[in-house]
Ligand binder design. Structure first.
Ligand SMILES: Cc1cc2nc3c(=O)[nH]c(=O)nc-3n(C[C@H](O)[C@H](O)[C@H](O)COP(=O)(O)O)c2cc1C
Length: 352
């Protein structure tokens, strides 16, 4: 309910073009809708009488020990949603014990984001650039800012076709907003939404290059095929994020959660698997963790919280998800996240 209320409030307060930028997806927005709907097809089969009085929902993730199982997924340009932008998101995530994945496409420079987060872990989401020196410059900026992991987005060889943005003619950031992490790097001045590097020339060799460039753990975000999950581990990834970019890239892929079990099987426990896309309730988190995810990412709800109430709104979103998840874990007889196992997830209306 809290998430829905904050979404409504954000819709009322945001300029409709900016609202569409965040809310929208690619094509006919089938994948966008399916990401959420997919969770309605799963139910949890609780265990009873476990006798576990307390719960510990923390998880160890690369560069983020004992953190909440809810990560703030990278979403672009937070100052479109609120003047405090990424700084507010960073303070909120730090206060709620959640890792913030801050993006290449940020309206606040990464060093200012980590500054706002204080001691809390911040991961840097990187769009690999076909020009190695640009990728390297971004990696160094993230390292110098104190980020504790890199999240390389691999599902974006080209820009997604965002139907609403095309209809609205939304191509440029408003005056006063810029892609600050791109400042001073070769390429266009950081004013257009598309100034963020994406290239179909990027390949597994670039991943090898990035892994060789840094001592930070490198996670790959946007993996759906189990064969790619296996390759990710072979190429040195410290984690895999199952994601279809919140339905903003291909409009013909499965719901993210439906891709999770095969990726978990392919990775076979060698590195953590995370999931994002459509997480809106504590029970969605429980389903994802029971299917083998170590943690989940949340995209749009965080931006709605930010647009509606700034830092306090982001805190409300993260706290609501944490509390709902903790409650669901208790109802399932769990003490730790790993007490949720795949036999506890059933397809609604299905047999087992
Ligand atoms: C407005 C917006 C901007 C996004 N920008 C990025 C980005 O710059 N890099 C990236 O890897 N993912 C980006 N994503 C995808 C998110 O990281 C995440 O995969 C997605 O939002 C999860 O789905 P959810 O919104 O249903 O939680 C963006 C998503 C949204 C909604």
């Amino acid at each position: 309910m809290i998430l829905r209320d904050l979404h409504d409030k954000a819709r009322q307060s945001l300029d409709p073009v900016r609202y569409d930028y965040v809310a929208g997806g690619a094509g006919e927005e089938r994948v966008l809708a399916d990401n959420e709907r997919a969770f309605d097809r799963y139910a949890l089969l609780p265990r009873v009488l476990s006798g576990r009085e307390t719960r510990d929902t923390t998880v160890d993730l690369p560069g983020a020990p004992r953190t909440a199982p809810v990560v703030v997924a990278p979403t672009a340009f937070h100052r479109l949603a609120h003047p405090d932008g990424e700084r507010a998101t960073a303070r909120a995530a730090a206060a709620e014990g959640a890792v913030l994945v801050t993006g290449t496409a940020s309206t606040t420079a990464v060093a200012d984001v980590t500054g706002a987060a204080g001691d809390a872990p911040v991961w840097f989401q990187l769009y690999p650039h076909p020009r190695r020196e640009v990728t390297e410059a971004l990696v160094r900026r993230a390292e110098e800012a104190g980020c504790t992991a890199l999240v390389v987005t691999v599902d974006s060889p080209v820009f997604g076709r965002h139907t609403r943005d095309l209809r609205n003619g939304f191509t440029d950031l408003p005056p006063g907003c810029a892609a600050e992490n791109m400042r001073g790097l070769p390429g266009a001045p950081p004013g257009a939404l598309t100034d963020i590097p994406m290239s179909p020339a990027v390949s597994w060799r670039d991943i090898d290059g990035i892994v060789g460039l840094t001592s930070l753990p490198v996670l790959l975000k946007g993996v759906l095929h189990p064969a790619d999950a296996r390759l990710a581990v072979e190429h040195g990834a410290a984690g895999v994020v199952v994601s279809n970019h919140g339905g903003r890239q291909s409009d013909a892929v499965p719901a993210a959660v439906d891709c999770l079990p095969a990726v978990v099987a392919a990775v076979a426990g060698r590195v953590p698997v995370l999931l994002d896309g459509g997480i809106r309730r504590g029970s969605d988190i429980a389903v994802a963790l029971a299917l083998g995810a170590s943690a989940v990412g949340v995209g749009r709800p965080v931006v709605w919280g930010l647009a509606a109430e700034g830092e306090a709104g982001v805190r409300r979103v993260l706290a609501a998800l944490r509390d709902e998840y903790d409650h669901t874990l208790a109802l399932c007889g769990g003490h730790r996240n790993t007490d949720l196992t795949k036999d506890m997830v059933v397809r609604k209306g299905g047999t087992w």
